[in-house]
Write a protein that binds this ligand. Structure first.
Ligand SMILES: C[S@@+](CC[C@H](N)C(=O)[O-])C[C@H]1O[C@@H](n2cnc3c(N)ncnc32)[C@H](O)[C@@H]1O
Length: 285
């Protein structure tokens, strides 16, 4: 759907609810910016940089860049995306100020390369790092009973916070994690010595032997992740997502985590059925 028709649709739907212009803009651009994240962030940073240049890199330019960054950040719904966009201009100004010290240009290139090695683009395209709160999964065993040595994977395990929360919920389980970033994977090893950890791409790993897959990714990844779960998980296995539901699919349970995140629970066989028939949308809350 083009931007123009998305705008018309968003304003038509939301005119009745009396939502302010910012919400309409978000509704209009939301899916667009989401699909193109992190390009949306990069474009916002370039726009801030251009503003700064337009004002001859002076104090007025710095102020314009920072204000522009905050306005562009407001177009995003998620707090971490707002922060990443808004902090671009102050970071650029800081870097510029410190670059006027006698640092050779290759230092910046080296820093960028190091960042990409430690935290490859693949890792922050699906979801950048954001940890699961320790007690967020405590209600899960009341809904999903698993055998003592059940195999549970945290797909995109970051620094191991999700694994620690899973350990609390299922003390006997065999925990596994896969993570794209070397650095975060290393931290996960330190945090969860009992878990089996791999560095790699979560899309490449088979889920066929698992009893549960836990994810804390991003809204746009949920449909493809649910498809992977439906194709690969066995009947009786579970797919659990923190914060983001599978669009248009009936959930088995939605749990309150005592944090601002909800926990969405799906049974693999029902997920498979739901995705096959497209029937889930009507049952969803
Ligand atoms: C929101 S964090 C969640 C971390 C952890 N699961 C937790 O709940 O504490 C998402 C993590 O997924 C990782 N990730 C994103 N895409 C990935 C991919 N394709 N393969 C492996 N890890 C990925 C990111 O590097 C990041 O650490």
């Amino acid at each position: 759907m083009g931007i123009a028709s998305r705008w018309h649709r968003a304003t038509r739907i939301q005119a009745n609810t009396g939502q302010p212009v910012l919400r309409r803009l978000r509704a209009c651009l939301g899916a667009h910016t989401a699909w193109h994240w992190p390009a949306a962030a990069a474009l916002s940073w370039v726009a801030c940089w251009a503003l700064w240049q337009c004002f001859d890199r002076g104090a007025a330019g710095a102020a314009a860049a920072c204000v522009g960054g905050v306005l562009l950040a407001a177009l995003h719904r998620q707090r971490w995306r707002q922060l990443m966009v808004a902090l671009g201009a102050p970071a650029m100004l800081l870097l510029n100020a410190s670059a006027s010290a006698a640092w050779p240009a290759w230092v910046w290139l080296l820093a960028l390369l190091l960042l990409l090695v430690l935290y490859p683009l693949q890792g922050w395209r699906d979801a950048p790092w954001y940890p699961t709160p320790l007690h967020a999964l405590q209600a899960l065993p009341s809904v999903v009973r698993l055998p003592a040595a059940a195999k549970i994977l945290d797909a995109g395990c970051g620094a191991g916070h999700g694994l620690a929360a899973l350990r609390l919920a299922y003390p006997q389980a065999q925990l596994q994690g896969i993570e794209a970033s070397h650095l975060l994977g290393l931290l996960a090893r330190l945090r969860c010595p009992g878990a089996k950890l791999h560095r790699g791409d979560l899309w490449e790993q088979s889920w066929s032997e698992l009893d549960m897959v836990y994810v804390f990714q991003r809204p746009e990844s949920m449909a493809p992740l649910a498809h992977k779960a439906a194709v690969e998980l066995a009947d009786g296995a579970w797919f659990v997502s923190l914060d983001f539901p599978v669009p248009g699919v009936a959930h088995h349970a939605k749990l309150d985590t005592g944090t601002r995140h909800a926990l969405w629970v799906y049974r693999a066989d029902l997920l498979r059925q739901s995705l096959k028939t497209g029937a889930g949308a009507s049952i969803r809350e």
